[in-house]
Design a binder for this molecule. Structure first.
Ligand code: DX5
Ligand code: ZN
Length: 225
């Protein structure tokens, strides 16, 4: 299981230190939440901060583009050092083309689906994917609660990837904490994003990463098996 802390919940006055903290806790990837004030109400990180994150770590940068017309910015984020670029299905009229453009830039290609977006909408591009991101909150803000119906969607996403022989990562993002990480892991997720559960952890962010990893390894709680 890979743990990808979202820097959205970190202290941006200390970006480098905040990234080093999760590295020391064993983080696998750094998740970068890019929001444009159009696709989602919030405005967050752009290529400049992404490039700052790039200079702070050698870990893969997992850049989640919650923006309209993502094709306009793929090159800028690739140049800023993204290892994965994930676009939203809801804003890509020609997903196959967008994913191909990401790959041409030498970056791994992901697609994200909102809670309200059916998995059927990405069925035709499964073979073009390095990563499938199932949103477990409506994107826009950190610190929201996990939507319980996401669990079943992760299970079906696992099935969809397996049916098509895809080795793509299956990432789950939104409201992940020690209470649900085991359940989500047991459904076949391979990457868990966690923002507030890591950076607001009482013992500090490094411990926050360790706690999520422990919970993921413990599997589903008995009542939900
Ligand atoms: C939601 C973002 C998430 C989120 C994760 O719009 O894509 O990455 O910030 O933060 P938590 O773990 O606090 O939900
Ligand atoms: Zn995200």
């Amino acid at each position: 299981m890979k743990i990808a802390p979202s820097i959205l919940s970190c202290d941006f006055a200390r970006l480098g230190e905040e990234i080093h903290a999760v590295e020391s806790g064993g983080a696998d990837w750094i998740h970068v939440d890019v929001m444009d004030g159009h696709f989602v109400p919030n405005i967050t990180i752009g290529p400049v901060i992404t490039e700052g994150a790039r200079r702070s770590t050698k870990l893969p940068l997992d850049v989640h583009l919650m923006i309209q017309e993502p094709e306009r910015y793929l090159e800028a984020f690739a140049k800023a050092g993204a290892d994965y670029l994930t676009v939203h299905q809801e804003v890509c009229p020609d997903l196959a083309r967008t994913l191909a453009r990401i790959r041409v830039l030498g970056v791994k290609a992901g697609v994200a689906v909102n809670p309200a977006t059916p998995l059927d909408s990405i069925r035709d591009v499964v073979r073009d994917l390095d990563l499938l991101l199932v949103m477990s909150v409506t994107p826009g803000f950190g610190g929201q609660s996990y939507i319980p119906t996401s669990t079943e969607k992760v299970r079906r996403a696992r099935q969809l990837l397996d049916e098509q022989g895809s080795a793509a990562e299956l990432e789950v993002d939104g409201g992940i904490d020690t209470g649900n990480a085991g359940l989500v892991a047991s459904m076949g997720a391979t990457v868990l994003v966690a923002g507030s559960a890591v950076y607001r952890h009482a013992g500090g962010a490094a411990d926050g990463v360790r706690a999520i990893r422990r919970a993921a390894g413990a599997g589903a709680p008995p009542q939900s098996r």
